[in-house]
Design a protein around this ligand. Sequence first.
Ligand SMILES: Cc1cc2nc3c(=O)[nH]c(=O)nc-3n(C[C@H](O)[C@H](O)[C@H](O)COP(=O)(O)OP(=O)(O)OC[C@H]3O[C@@H](n4cnc5c(N)ncnc54)[C@H](O)[C@@H]3O)c2cc1C
Length: 400
Amino acid sequence: MDRERYAVVGAGIVGLATAREIFRRRPEATVTVVDKEGSVACHQTSHNSGVVHSGIYYQPGSLKARLCVEGRGLLKEFCASHGLAYEECGKVVVARSEAEVPALRQIEARGAANGVRALRWLGPEELAEIEPHAAGVAALHSPSTAIVDFTGVAVALASELDVRLGFEVTSIRSGPSEVVLCGPAGEVAADWVVVCAGLQSDRVARMAGDGAGPAIVPFRGEYWRLVPERSHLVRGLIYPVPDPEYPFLGVHFTPRIGGAVDLGPNAVLALSREGYRRSDLVLTDVAATLAWPGFRAMARRHWKAGLREMHGSLSKKAFVSEAQRLVPELTPNDVVSAPAGVRAQAVDSDGTLVDDFRIGRAGPRGAVMTVRNAPSPGATSSLAIAAYLADEVAAARDAQ
Ligand SMILES: Cc1cc2nc3c(=O)[nH]c(=O)nc-3n(C[C@H](O)[C@H](O)[C@H](O)COP(=O)(O)OP(=O)(O)OC[C@H]3O[C@@H](n4cnc5c(N)ncnc54)[C@H](O)[C@@H]3O)c2cc1C
């Protein structure tokens, strides 16, 4: 019998983890990962906060809640077995006023429902013991929240796989017996394909025939970095209570593997899906955002939060004044700019910002699985998303 062939589009952390999981389960098969860039993890995987989330924020019963909790455990084991740094520095989510306490209590309840252990409610004095420079009326402490270098994890995953770099998929031919990924670098034929194309996931899904939506609307996230002599202001991760209407977590303080401390990211509409400088503008990306029916509905619904975030991105002073609400001693002289990221946020045609991970299926036999939304905590959850996708592929294969 011919060897089964699997292909994965995208060598970010989700695509690589998925390819590894399929290969672990079917060692006799060929598993090929293709990516348009010259190295792995060029986009979201290497432009994020590096936080291993514990699972406190997510709607109980959602894929995010389950896969984040499972993924955190798998990632910790993966780092231990591959000699990669994994620092459990812990996190406090800080209520800055009494008005934020009910939302923080809701996060505490969600964390408990999601099985996150050792959460602790803190009063101002207890908060000061953990984070002496943070200010708040109450806080939730999550000791298992950690930091990691997701690029390093992706490189370790890729080292066990057949990865074809510089292979951009520009069309997909789906026939009754095979799926062919086509691009200027050639063709890869497979029996089963998983699309993990991050910021391009809607476009690649459309090539595969999964065109119903949602569309990706890119949100830029800017970071600033504490100058070394002020990094003592922060010991672990310090987060605000997020706006429950908005799927982003708010500007937070993030220690990095290696010792730097960043603050960010904000969330402003990006003018380029894969451009990391403020001046980057890709007209086709802007046109795609504006043409999506959900974009206007989203803008109408979230204009207030959008304006607030826009304001925070206008100047260093505005950004710092938001962060000062968590750490009042911070001044604009304490920070220098740091590399930005761009999030792939899926938006439905009615303007809903898709909150949960979303997976689609396309092609004859349902042979193409498409990851349509894998924003934060997608990197934390990657090894569990991979197991979920491998189960889905196996179910489709067994149903034949
Ligand atoms: C600012 C920011 C902060 C974040 N913070 C965190 C955090 O602290 N913790 C956390 O868990 N998550 C965080 N996330 C989310 C996390 O980074 C993502 O969920 C995760 O990286 C998604 O991985 P991916 O493999 O799906 O996408 P990506 O890493 O974007 O990879 C997609 C890959 O597909 C390739 N590709 C696209 N189109 C094609 C094509 N046509 N042909 C071939 N290849 C193609 C791209 O080149 C790319 O390599 C953050 C994200 C951002 C942007």
